[in-house]
Design a protein around this ligand. Structure first.
Ligand code: GLC
Length: 713
């Protein structure tokens, strides 16, 4: 307990004092809930993971809970927590400080509920718009996703809670996730999915990494020596510990030697508790040296010391629900994306006398994604009893009703109809100044959506309402890109994601211009599935919620089709145009860029330019820096950005430093990033498809390893 010593030194001292049984206790956690007739372990907090304290050593119990959007407990009635909006909303803000604030808020709530490990930090790249867990992650670009999640991890750990970057790696689909093999060339993986993890770990220094269910190139992630030992622990010099996902362990000695440090809830989810008797036998036989067991324990202890778990034990305390809801509201306000706004239909004037509010349970609340990340609202589920009743459902609604929030702003009256009766919705819309239609797409862990079509005849509803009233606004509460066949018929579309604990208030403030939308899409929005590298997901859908499964799940998924060219790079390579490009987002003013200058200074590419607010209202812009490497066939990459707030008419000089790894290719031989000498194209983008200003610049050859690559965020 000598705080003048380093985390490594302190871990070493405890390790030396431990018995073999205590070591074997530490390298596995138990499921922290009651299940299958077995009671919850004594001392657990009805959560995902638990390991009893070891008082002799001064080791507290390990109390693990989900996850990235707040303290999640699907069945903890009445004692909920504050839900952040989708991870996609925070990513769409392009604001690392906002990500930090969200992480700090959920970290503080976890701490106040007695937890010391938050299983939060989902950073898997979005390779498919139908992946059931897109809402938990941060989109398709490795620099954006890594930067945003890295800062969220920083925020969580600022509360002396261990964060857990996950799901390592290439867990980009839910269908068949327990066996599916993600096939991707190692070099392409380094320059895409693994780069997101590398950046996030370099910024956030998470105490834990969670290895994924799936296989990577045929080898389970939690026994994958390349992923765990070579990339994570050797190349990236990661000092923390690797925990498994819940049911992701398939061996004892092989997994331990491949770099797994802790088995999670194996007594329920694995074929056996590998990290007990089978691993003890592997040590006795010499298959696993004692030194490996000691290293597993050392890594866990080091993270507990490094993140302050030992020195600042979590103390149960009431939540600061009002302040925490304000953090969630700010994230939603900064991350909502205005996709369309014809004839400046938005912002709405408060002088409106009648507003039709239709669908999406907008009279009660806003939608939440399903599965282990679902946060039970403190006031309880605003719309209980929806299908599917069992995990990953039921769907939760955060009790922040858009209808009430809109009614607080109009001088007249906002009236609601639930949208199931299209004729009634048409009637109400026809007799209202404007119609706001809330459409929703519930998604969840454990299954993928079979297609991009909105469920429950919502397309027909929107089309009918738009026909009845040209001043129709659609608000999307969804998991990722969806078909919008009615897009040309509606006046405005606001992408509100899963809006979080104060979503209704945030949406109303955005619609009435009390805050201007400033989000930019963290992914490309395909026109339809034919534009995707894989138009079909075999076996997608979940019968339990009426989604038609599409055949048998596949044994593997070939990500080599696009390789490192994920998202906007795929569209550029194929010369096809998505419906909306990565980085797209409108606001209530417009911006221009000029005087672009690119310079190579002190080994960094620095791009300077002026941003002007050329409209009549204040607003926030996100100028994006894209770079194309000199080799032929290269596609442009996001190399940096700035989020800047400007008053009407204001101009500001801005500088953006490109991340060194984005200018380089990964070279497996020396395990470094190699920048080729040559002429690089620099483009300033309003999105990945709309540029204002470009330059060519000759850069010298160079290389950087992990330690020298990472430019300050
Ligand atoms: C899961 C999820 C993981 C979660 C864990 C504990 O199945 O994949 O994200 O943290 O179980 O609930």
């Amino acid at each position: 307990m000598n705080t003048s010593l380093s985390a490594d030194q302190r871990a070493e001292l405890v390790l030396k004092a431990m018995t073999q049984d205590e070591k074997f206790r530490l390298i596995r956690t138990d499921f922290g809930e009651a299940r299958d007739g077995k009671p919850m372990p004594v001392g657990a907090l009805d959560s995902a993971g638990y390991m009893p304290a070891i008082p002799r050593l001064g080791l507290p119990a390990l109390q693990e809970t989900d996850a990235g959007l707040g303290v999640a407990r699907p069945d903890l009635s009445g004692k909920g927590a504050t839900a952040l909006p989708s991870g996609l909303a925070t990513a769409a803000s392009f604001d690392p400080q906002l990500a930090f604030a969200g992480g700090a808020m959920i970290g503080a709530e976890a701490r106040r509920k007695g937890f010391n490990i938050l299983l939060a930090g989902g950073v898997d790249l979005q390779r498919d718009p139908r992946n059931g867990r897109n809402f938990e992650y941060a989109g398709e670009d490795p620099l954006l996703a890594g930067t945003i999640v890295g800062h969220a991890v920083q925020g969580i750990q600022s509360q002396h809670i261990v964060a857990t970057i996950k799901h390592y790696a290439l867990n980009a689909l839910e269908t068949g996730r327990q066996t599916l093999s993600s096939q991707l060339d190692p070099k392409a993986a380094r320059e895409s999915d693994l780069l997101a993890f590398e950046i996030a770990i370099g910024i956030g220094h998470p105490g834990a990494v969670m290895c994924a269910y799936n296989r990577v190139n045929g080898v389970y992630a939690c026994e994958n020596d390349w992923l765990l030992n070579q990339v994570l622990k050797h190349d990236w010099a990661y000092p923390g510990f690797v925990m498994s996902d819940w049911g992701a362990v398939h061996s004892a000695g092989k997994a331990a030697m491949a770099g797994l440090d802790q088995e999670s809830a194996g007594e329920f989810f694995d074929a056996t508790v590998y990290f007990d008797k089978p691993l003890r036998a592997a040590v006795a036989s010499g298959e696993v040296p004692q030194a490996r067991i000691d290293d597993m324990v050392r890594r866990i202890l080091r993270s507990l010391f490094a993140e302050g778990v030992m020195d600042h034990p979590s103390q149960p305390a009431p939540l600061d629900a009002v302040a925490d809801a304000a953090v969630a509201q700010r994230a939603e306000e900064a991350g909502a994306v205005l996709l369309r706004n014809e004839h400046d239909l938005l912002p709405l004037a408060p002088t409106l006398t009648s507003v039709a509010v239709i669908g999406g349970h907008a009279d009660r609340g806003v939608l939440t994604g399903g599965g282990s990340s679902a946060v039970m609202p403190i006031a309880g589920n605003a719309v209980p009893g929806l299908a599917p009743p069992d995990w990953p459902g039921p769907p939760y609604y955060q009790p922040s009703a858009p209808l009430a929030a809109i009614n607080r702003r109009v001088q007249g009256k906002a009236q609601f109809t639930d949208g199931r009766d299209i004729a009634a919705a048409v009637q109400l819309a026809a007799h209202s100044d404007v119609a706001v239609v809330f459409v929703e797409q519930w998604a969840a862990e454990s299954f993928d959506l079979p297609d991009m079509t909105l469920p429950n005849h919502q397309d027909a509803l929107v089309a009918a309402v738009a026909k009845a009233n040209p001043h129709t606004i659609v608000v999307l509460e969804n998991n990722g890109p969806v078909h919008m066949p009615w897009l040309g018929q509606v006046g405005a579309v606001l992408e509100a994601w899963y809006p979080g604990a104060a979503g209704g208030e945030a949406i109303a403030r955005l619609l009435f211009g009390e805050v201007a939308p400033s989000g930019r899409l963290p992914f490309s929005w395909p026109r339809d599935e034919s534009q995707l590298p894989r138009p079909q997901i075999p076996g997608a859908g979940m019968a339990a919620i009426g989604l038609p499964p599409q055949g048998q799940p596949a044994d593997s998924v070939d990500y080599n089709i696009e390789g490192a060219d994920v998202g906007y790079r795929w569209f550029q390579r194929r010369g096809i145009e998505p419906l909306f490009p990565f980085g797209h987002g409108l606001t209530y003013t417009h911006f221009g860029y000029d005087k672009l200058q690119a310079q190579w200074k002190d080994g960094r590419l620095i791009v300077a330019f002026d941003v002007s607010n050329r409209g009549k209202r204040a607003g926030v812009d996100v100028p994006q820096l894209y770079v194309t490497l000199p080799a032929n066939g290269q596609t442009r990459r996001l190399a940096g950005w700035n989020r800047i707030s400007l008053k009407a008419g204001e101009t500001r000089h801005v500088e953006v430093t490109a991340d060194a790894r984005i200018l380089a290719s990964y070279d497996s031989a020396p395990h470094t990033w190699q920048r080729a000498a040559g002429r690089y194209q620099v483009q300033l983008g309003h999105s990945a498809a709309a540029f204002e200003g470009s330059a060519m610049i000759d850069l010298p050859a160079g290389e950087c390893s992990v330690s020298t690559c990472s430019t300050p965020p």
